[in-house]
Design a binder for this molecule. Structure first.
Ligand code: PLP
Length: 391
């Protein structure tokens, strides 16, 4: 069982930024250290057999650096318990093992992150948990995909990766709960600053903390946050039983990133809005996909459930795949690379890169699609770079 995070004076009832900076940790009583020390210790001295100091016995089960991060994650997502993992997919795998068993069924987005689809299709399915893809923006298709009694999880990403489709979290929670299923929301793209799914009715929030939460492209990690203590107990059991936990160095870096999430996200959003303006008037660019655009089919729902519209933009290049590949290769300030959510801007071709694993399936993405993770550099430099790369 993972360690319950220490109650901090800042867990509840404070603003987002205060919780992000202070929750989960009180300055160390021995030294006064304002940041959680990196507890590089696999085991803990016991005062007599079973005499644990502060509840720690072995660092797979709990480690104080991880506990501090888990408390902060719970606080920013307005949940009761947070759990930190070695990667987003490790978090997802533990979630599936915790809340489903062979014979069960789950619903996933029909444009889910490719790695999530691979996990569900190549790992969970052979284990005996089947899935049905449904568009996150289509409530009727989600409801129709429910298999009464068998569907245990309705899983959505919003915005989705890479097509930035929007799911109405409150409405989907209603559909899931009516069927006796739990709603899981992958909140990686929005980040806890822009969207808090638990407050809208979701049961579990998933993060690849590798992205905006870590924010500096220097650590891989994942998280689950829940509000129900029974669900927390099942996840806590599996976190320890499966063991895919965040190590103390990774937990420290992720926690450090979380503290500046709010200021970073505002700049990601400012820069993305300026780039969307630029792209929508560029002759070489076809569809620009950004939930902040009034023409985006999910704009109204996004406006209701998100604080702002995020730093991710996808767009299609009129001249087709070859040109899209050239644009990716020609960018200089935008680094050609997978992943997202760091301070540096990234450009990628989902069809050949992040989403290559779904080629040939119903989750395949358009070949002329480019995805941008807009960083927090000087926005004029980003626009000049795209202008040059687009030719
Ligand atoms: N969920 C989303 C939306 C992602 O974009 C990713 C990774 O790109 C993941 C989950 C998986 O996270 P990780 O790469 O940390 O395992």
């Amino acid at each position: 069982m993972s360690h319950e995070h220490a109650e901090s004076a800042f867990d509840k009832g404070h603003g987002f930024e205060t919780r992000a900076i202070h929750a989960g940790y009180e300055p160390d009583p021995t030294t006064g250290a304002v940041n959680p020390p990196i507890y590089a210790s696999s085991t803990y001295k016991q005062d007599g057999v079973g005499g644990l100091r502060g509840g720690y016995e072995y660092s797979r089960s709990a480690n104080p650096t991880r506990t501090a991060l888990e408390g902060a994650l719970a606080a920013v997502e307005e949940g009761e318990r947070g759990f930190a993992f070695a990667s987003g997919l490790a978090a997802e795998d533990t979630l599936i093992r915790s809340l489903t068993k062979p014979g069960d069924h789950l619903i996933i987005p029909d444009d889910a992150y490719g790695g999530t689809f691979r996990l569900v299709d190549k790992v969970a399915k052979p284990w005996g948990v089947e899935h049905t893809p449904a568009p996150v923006s289509d409530l009727e298709r989600i409801a129709a995909a429910i298999q009464p009694g068998r569907t245990k999880l309705v899983w959505v990403e919003t915005p989705t990766n890479p097509l930035l489709n929007i799911g109405d979290i409150a409405a989907i929670a209603g559909i899931a709960h009516e069927a006796g299923a739990l709603l899981v929301v992958d909140n990686t793209f929005a980040s806890p600053y822009l969207q808090q799914p638990l407050a809208l009715g979701a049961d579990v929030v998933v993060h690849s903390t590798t992205k905006y939460v870590g924010g500096h492209s220097d650590v891989v990690g994942g998280a689950l946050v829940v509000k129900d203590l029974d669900v927390a107990e099942r996840i806590g059991f599996h976190q320890n039983a499966v063991g895919a936990v965040a190590g103390p160095f990774d937990a420290f870096l992720t926690h450090r990133g979380l503290k500046t999430l709010a200021v970073r996200m505002d700049r990601h959003c400012d820069n993305a809005e300026r780039i969307v303006d630029f792209l929508t008037s560029h002759p070489a660019v076809g569809d620009v996909i950004y939930p902040g655009l009034e023409t985006h089919p999910g704009h109204e729902v996004a406006q209701r459930q998100m604080k702002r519209f995020g730093g991710m933009i996808s767009f299609r290049v009129r001249a087709g795949e070859g040109k899209a590949l050239d644009v990716c290769a020609n960018a200089r300030v935008f680094t050609l690379g997978e992943s997202l959510g760091g301070v540096e801007s990234l450009i990628e071709h989902p069809g050949r890169m992040t989403h290559a694993s779904v080629a040939g399936t119903e989750l395949e993405v358009p070949a002329d699609l480019i995805r941008l993770s807009v960083g927090i550099e000087t926005v004029e430099d980003l626009i000049d770079d795209l202008e040059r790369a687009l030719g």
